[in-house]
Structures are given as C-alpha cells and as structure tokens.
Design a binder for this molecule. Structure first.
Ligand SMILES: C[S@@+](CC[C@H](N)C(=O)[O-])C[C@H]1O[C@@H](n2cnc3c(N)ncnc32)[C@H](O)[C@@H]1O
Length: 217
C-alpha cells in the first residue's frame, strides 16, 4: 500500500527507523564492519553505499546467480565485499578504483573479509580499465558507483559486455537530487537512464539516492 505522498517520493524512514532495520536485516560481521569503517578510519570520504543498499546489492547478486561481476568505484571495498558475498562459489569480481590509496585500503579490507581470491582490485580510470577486462566477458552483472560524468559511458560498456539477462546496477541514480539539473553530470546521468531503457528492462529502485536496475534484453 502507498499513498499520494509516498508515490510522489516522500519517505517515512527516519534515522532511527533506518538504523533499527539496518541492524535487523543487514547486520555486519567483522569483515563487513571493518570495510564499512575503513573510509572514516583512513581519512577517506565516507561515501560507501548505505548498509541496506549494500545488502540489497548482495541479494540481487545471489538471486541472479552471478558468476562474473564488474564494479566501477571501489573506495574502501565495502560494496565489493557485499558483491563478493552474493556471487556463486566460483564467482569473480573485478572492481575498478581510480585512487591508488583507496585501492590499497580496499585490497586490505577485502582480504580481511576473506575474499582476496575472488576479487581483483584494478587501479585506474574506469574508461581505461574497462576495455582491459573485456576478454573475461561476457559478464553477469555490472555495478556502477564512480564519477557521475561518465555513467552514460559506463552504461554503454555494460550494454555491450553483459550477457543477455545480465544485470546492470547504477547507484546515485537520483544524482543527489540533481538529476534534472542543467549540468554536465545531470545530462550524463539522464543519458545513462535513457540509454539503459533501450537495451535493458529497467526500474529505478527508490533507495535513498535511487538505484537503477536493468536486465539486459
Ligand atoms: C562512491 S565511491 C564508491 C563506493 C563503493 N562502491 C562502496 O559502496 O563501498 C566512488 C569511488 O570511485 C572512485 N572514482 C572516481 N572517479 C573514478 C574513475 N574515473 N574511475 C574509477 N574510479 C573512480 C573514487 O575514487 C571513489 O573511491
């Protein structure tokens, strides 16, 4: 059931409700807690996905029985650990991070969460690293969570390198409320949405900042 306000985007979650439900439905073990705390601990921006968003990504990986996944935007490895936990036992994740210091912190967090063997942290710009991964494709899932100006290009790469039925996920799909603004990144994010519709069955899940979900046709 919804009402006029919630259909139009109003949220009933409060910080207390969110914290209660995060702890209940998406609890952290030691590995997840360390990866989640790493940005704050290491003086990096604490811009990792929310706890329930991370669990949602993990569960989508599991539901889709993902074997080969690509992530653009590693930060300290929190979402990478979530993705790794949702993969099939023989699965593999390639995660791309521009900042070598972030990549270094992420490698350590991923290793202490027990996933070093199934996750490769690739250092460099998404647009330069993605072509180097193509030989491993086609992929089952692509999760985009990096520089917003290039979401359209990342989406195009995903459309070309996901298998039919493969899953596209794009975080910050509301662009912090700036999706409709007349800015370079607003235009890029709108192109990401509009082009995704051409190649994927899509929905924008109303997480706090929107999560685009696409299934490749
Ligand atoms: C929002 S954070 C990623 C958070 C991570 N997915 C998580 O939830 O734990 C975005 C990351 O993308 C990285 N980044 C920015 N521009 C990039 C680019 N062109 N290519 C790859 N990574 C980039 C940033 O350095 C930052 O670490």
């Amino acid at each position: 059931m919804a009402d006029q306000d919630s259909r139009a985007g109003m949220r009933y979650g409060t910080p207390e409700i969110v914290a209660y439900l995060d702890a209940l439905h998406a609890p952290h073990d030691e590995g997840l807690a360390a990866a989640f705390a790493a940005p704050g601990r290491e003086g990096m921006p604490a811009i990792q996905v929310g706890i329930s968003d991370g669990k949602l990504v993990e569960m989508l990986m599991r539901l889709a029985a993902v074997e080969k996944a690509v992530e653009v935007g590693t930060l300290a490895g929190y979402s990478a650990v979530r993705i790794a936990r949702g993969l099939r036992p023989s699965g593999r994740l390639w995660t791309i991070e521009f900042d070598p210091r972030h990549a270094d912190v992420a490698r350590r967090a991923i290793a202490s969460a027990g996933h070093a063997e199934r996750v490769e942290v690739c250092v460099g710009a998404g647009l330069e690293v993605l072509p180097t991964l193509e030989a491993h494709g086609p992929f089952d899932a692509v999760f985009i969570d990096a520089d917003k100006e290039n979401y359209d290009a990342y989406g195009r790469w995903a459309a070309a390198h996901l298998r039919p039925g493969g899953m596209l996920l794009g975080d910050n799909a509301y662009l912090f409320g700036e999706l409709l603004d007349d800015t370079r990144r607003g235009a890029a994010m709108r192109r990401f949405h509009e082009e995704a519709c051409l190649h994927f069955d899509t929905v924008c899940i109303p997480t706090p900042d929107g999560l685009l979900l696409g299934i490749k046709r």
